[in-house]
Structures are given as structure tokens and as C-alpha cells.
Design a protein around this ligand. Structure first.
Ligand SMILES: Nc1ncnc2c1ncn2[C@@H]1O[C@H](COP(=O)(O)OP(=O)(O)OP(=O)(O)O)[C@@H](O)[C@H]1O
Length: 312
């Protein structure tokens, strides 16, 4: 019996799925972050070792794992793929290895290997589609400094903007101000500015404010509802060219990530706007997660390999 494994390597954690040769799930488990930009080599290696120990346990030995697929951010950089390959081989995996972008793994899972579009709106945003012919297109995901509108980061930033505008009189008072102060443990605008420009803070700290938007929208606050509306519009903007370039206007779109899955105001504004421009695109729930997607990709690769090697 041969097994395959799929990894969804993220900046905060890695999810792993091990499948048997019939596509049945044998094991799912989590491990540490696989962050190739910034994290030290030793930490990445430790995580890989932990992951491959888990795979070996699930497969009754690493030699029973015929194929591994790794989905991770930054793999368009050859240095990153080389690091992943080195680490995987260092851990003793001798079978096949597929390395792909994290959005490809998420897509493969969401549509179970079939055609369609995914729209990820978490800390960042990215839209990615693949059609029946295997053509792909991606929009967004170019980073929070110049892109990623509609993301958790951009919502957090807009909440902070709402606070300073209400403070200096450019906009009416909003309950967002008190909510942001409560979340940050701050009292004055000066404290908030100190938080924003503290070098030890990252985009994740700003993105962590985004859940406030649901609360403020729930109070019917105009500023909050406008942020939800702008975010929804930016997310629709990501989908339109992907659907057009891949002729997927009548296909399926799976939203992924907390902004669209947890914020009902952004979600309903998004679906309403999307329905106006792409009325035949169906919004579905992702069928599987990205680690399952990676494992499925590994299984198909293994089946193709065995097909090539079979005598008839
Ligand atoms: N109720 C909410 N309304 C709006 N945004 C939210 C809400 N809850 C969470 N978020 C945003 O979603 C972000 C987390 O996204 P997610 O859970 O999809 O994982 P992630 O892996 O951190 O994101 P990414 O895939 O971009 O790295 C939070 O940082 C926050 O900005």
C-alpha cells in the first residue's frame, strides 16, 4: 500500500494531509510555520523534520510515502523551491516531490482538482482560477504596501483611518474609535500612532483589528458600512478579470479566508455586487482545504507516474 502526503505551508502554521492510494484520508495534523522569507534555516528544518516524522508514522515508514506535494508562498523564487527540496530530501523522503504555490493547493482543494476560481481574503488577498484547458490566471496578492485591497490588513488600516478622521473632524464621530482603542489598549490618537509606527509591529497587527468591522457594521455605523462596501467592491474587482481571461463566467467561485467567511456584511455586499457583473458565476463553499488539495495533487501525480510505468 502506497501513500501520498500534502502540505499547506503557511506563515503561522502548516497543515498536513496523508491519503491512501484510493484517496481516503489516513491522517491530518498540524505543524509549525514554513516561512521562507525571514525565518532562519534551522527553524524551517525543524518544522520539516516534525512534519516528516508525522508522515512516517501515518504511512508506517517514510518509504511507504510515494509522493509529497508542498504548497507554499514564494515558490516563484527558485531559491525558495531549492530550500524546500533540500529540506524534504534532508528529512529522508525519496519519493516524488511536487512544489506549488499556496494558491494552487487551495484551488486544488476547493474545487477537488476541477476548474473554477478561488478568492482568498484573509490577512492578504489573491484571486486564482484554472479552467478545463488547464490555463490559469491570478489577480492581486502583490503585498499590503501597494495592493491587497479588501484584505484584513486593508480593513484594519481603514479602521485606523476612520479613527483619525473622526478625531480631527474630517468625518463624523464613529463607534469605531472606541472599539479600536479598546482592542489596542490605547487612550489617545497619539497612542494609536505610536502603535502603528512601532517597528516591532507587522501587517498582522493591523489586520488583527479587522473583526471590529463586523461589530461596527452591526451598530449600523455609516463609516463601517462604507468600509465593508469598499472591501466588497475591491474583492469583486479581483474576480472579474480572472473569470474573463479563463472564460469561467459560468463556473464556480469558492471564497476562502476569514474576511469573506466571517464578515457577513462584506460577504453579502460582495455577493450582491458580483451578481450584478457576473450573474452566472456560482458562489460555492470550498470542497476541501489546501492540504487536502496538495495531497490530491500528489495522488494524481503518482497515478500518472504509475500509468507511465505500467507494462501495457
Ligand atoms: N469578522 C471579520 N471581519 C473582517 N475581517 C476579519 C474578521 N475576522 C478575521 N478577519 C481578518 O482575517 C484575517 C485572518 O485571515 P485568515 O483566517 O483567512 O488567515 P490568514 O492565514 O492569516 O490569512 P492569509 O491567508 O492572508 O495569510 C485576520 O487577520 C483579520 O484581518
Amino acid at each position: 500500500m502506497k501513500y501520498v502526503a500534502g502540505l499547506d505551508g503557511g506563515g503561522t502554521k502548516t497543515a498536513v494531509t496523508v491519503l491512501d492510494e484510493n484517496g481516503g484520508t489516513v491522517s491530518t495534523f498540524g505543524s509549525g510555520a514554513l516561512n521562507f522569507n525571514g525565518a532562519d534555516e534551522a527553524a524551517v528544518l525543524r518544522t520539516f523534520r516534525d512534519i516528516f516524522n508525522g508522515i512516517a508514522e501515518a504511512c508506517g515508514g517514510l518509504d511507504n510515502c510515494a509522493q509529497v506535494a508542498v504548497g507554499a508562498a514564494g515558490v516563484s523564487n527558485p531559491a525558495v523551491t531549492a530550500r524546500i527540496e533540500n529540506a524534504v530530501r534532508h528529512c529522508g523522503h525519496r519519493g516524488g516531490l511536487v512544489i506549488m504555490g499556496d494558491q494552487e493547493a487551495a484551488h486544488y482543494g476547493a474545487h477537488e482538482g476541477g476548474p473554477g476560481i478561488i478568492l482568498i481574503a484573509g490577512t492578504g488577498t489573491i484571486c486564482y482560477g484554472r479552467n478545463e484547458a488547464g490555463h490559469t490566471h491570478r489577480t492581486g496578492g502583490f503585498g499590503h504596501l501597494i495592493d491587497d485591497e479588501g484584505s484584513g490588513y486593508s480593513i484594519g488600516r481603514e479602521l485606523l483611518t476612520a479613527l483619525v478622521k473622526a478625531f480631527d473632524g474630517r468625518a463624523p464621530a464613529t463607534p469605531i474609535s472606541a472599539m479600536v482603542h479598546e482592542r489596542l489598549g490605547t487612550k489617545t490618537v497619539g497612542d494609536v500612532i505610536a502603535f502603528v509606527y512601532d517597528r516591532s509591529r507587522s501587517k498582522k497587527d493591523v489586520a488583527a483589528l479587522a473583526p471590529i468591522l463586523s461589530e461596527a457594521c452591526g451598530l449600523g455605523d455609516e463609516a463601517a458600512l462604507a468600509i465593508a462596501d469598499r472591501s466588497a467592491a475591491a474583492l469583486v474587482e479581483l474576480v472579474v478579470p480572472v473569470a474573463a481571461k479563463l472564460s469561467l463566467q459560468r463556473g464556480e467561485l469558492a471564497p476562502i479566508g476569514s474576511v469573506l467567511l466571517k464578515n457577513v456584511y462584506v460577504r453579502s455586499a460582495f455577493e450582491e455586487k458580483l451578481g450584478r457583473v457576473l450573474p452566472e458565476l456560482r458562489v460555492i463553499s470550498a470542497k476541501r482545504d489546501a492540504s487536502f488539495g496538495a495531497a490530491l495533487m500528489a495522488l494524481r501525480r503518482q497515478d500518472a507516474r504509475e500509468g507511465e510505468n505500467s507494462p501495457c
